[in-house]
Design a protein around this ligand. Structure first.
Ligand SMILES: NC(=O)c1ccc[n+]([C@@H]2O[C@H](COP(=O)([O-])OP(=O)(O)OC[C@H]3O[C@@H](n4cnc5c(N)ncnc54)[C@H](O)[C@@H]3O)[C@@H](O)[C@H]2O)c1
Length: 258
């Protein structure tokens, strides 16, 4: 049988929040597909562990993985992490703005604390803005590439975590605007909108929020796993998505059409 060609040979990818859940699964898939991956993560221990596991998945694909400490809400930290990426791997082609997520503190506007609103705006929306601002010039320098943002089904339907819905709605809007303005530089900008995806964080959240469990029952093909989202990220990061841009792609077990 003919050997399968890796789908991301020669690409350098920067995955924020790559130490856990979806980011870690994506780092493993990218490395398996021949990419050099930077796990840009605020927590050192899971960051190192994810880099080790992604390296192990590389096999003979040419892939590699490396942990770099990065706080996506801090400009100096992001600048240093992007500079270290280029110093280590020579260039940057793919930015996966993955760091983010909701907490049990969120709720309807009349109940959600203002601190939670600013927390999620800072981490999810500003983090996406800031990492894009700093990484895109490097992607342009190498002739173009792909930016993958993380939206959510929470931006597409009624969802009682209002702060999170607003942040993810902002990310979907930013995705479309960025896609238009960076197309001349051959950069595709898309977002993935997962629904409930069973990462460790979400498993805990489901215990605390019965509403989320009900949403889980509405998934036509069962709840999502990190690998399902990682497989979509491989498509968006590889040349297979050459003319896919400005899209918010639902990977949600049909929950938004049910
Ligand atoms: N899991 C789901 O059900 C689901 C559904 C829809 C969208 N999403 C989105 O997918 C993305 C990943 O979610 P997940 O469930 O894998 O999350 P997770 O909590 O499992 O992993 C997030 C990672 O980001 C890191 N991180 C946190 N703050 C950071 C910072 N300031 N700088 C850098 N790294 C930081 C964490 O340490 C962690 O390793 C998020 O944007 C989330 O909103 C997840």
């Amino acid at each position: 049988m003919e050997a399968r060609m890796p789908r991301m040979t020669g690409k350098v990818a920067f995955i924020t929040g790559g130490g856990g859940g979806i980011g870690r699964a994506t780092a493993e898939r990218f490395s398996e597909e021949g990419a050099k991956v930077v796990i840009a993560e605020i927590a050192a221990e899971p960051g190192e562990a994810a880099a080790g596991s992604a390296r192990a998945k590389a096999g003979d694909s040419g892939g590699d993985a490396h942990f770099i400490h990065c706080d996506v809400t801090d400009r100096a930290s992001v600048e240093a992490a992007v500079a270290e990426t280029v110093a280590k791997f020579g260039k940057l082609n793919v930015l996966h703005n993955n760091a983010g997520g909701s907490t049990p503190e969120d709720g309807p506007v009349t109940e959600a604390p203002e601190e939670e609103f600013w927390r999620v705006m800072k981490l999810d929306l500003y983090g996406t803005f800031l990492c894009s601002k700093i990484a895109i010039p490097e992607i342009i320098r190498d002739g173009g590439g792909s930016v993958i943002n993380m939206s959510s089904n929470a931006a597409l339907m009624g969802f009682t975590s209002h702060c999170y819905s607003a942040a993810k709605g902002g990310i979907s809007a930013l995705t479309r605007s960025m896609a238009v303005d960076y197309a001349p530089q051959r950069i595709r900008v898309n977002a993935i909108a997962p629904s409930v995806t069973l990462t460790e964080r979400v498993k805990k959240l489901m215990q605390d929020k019965p509403g989320i469990e009900k949403l889980g029952q509405q998934h036509l093909l069962g709840l999502g796993l990190p690998i399902h989202i990682a497989d979509m990220a491989v498509y968006l990061a590889s040349d297979e998505s050459a003319i896919t841009t400005g899209q918010v792609l639902s990977v949600d077990s049909g929950v938004t059409i049910y």
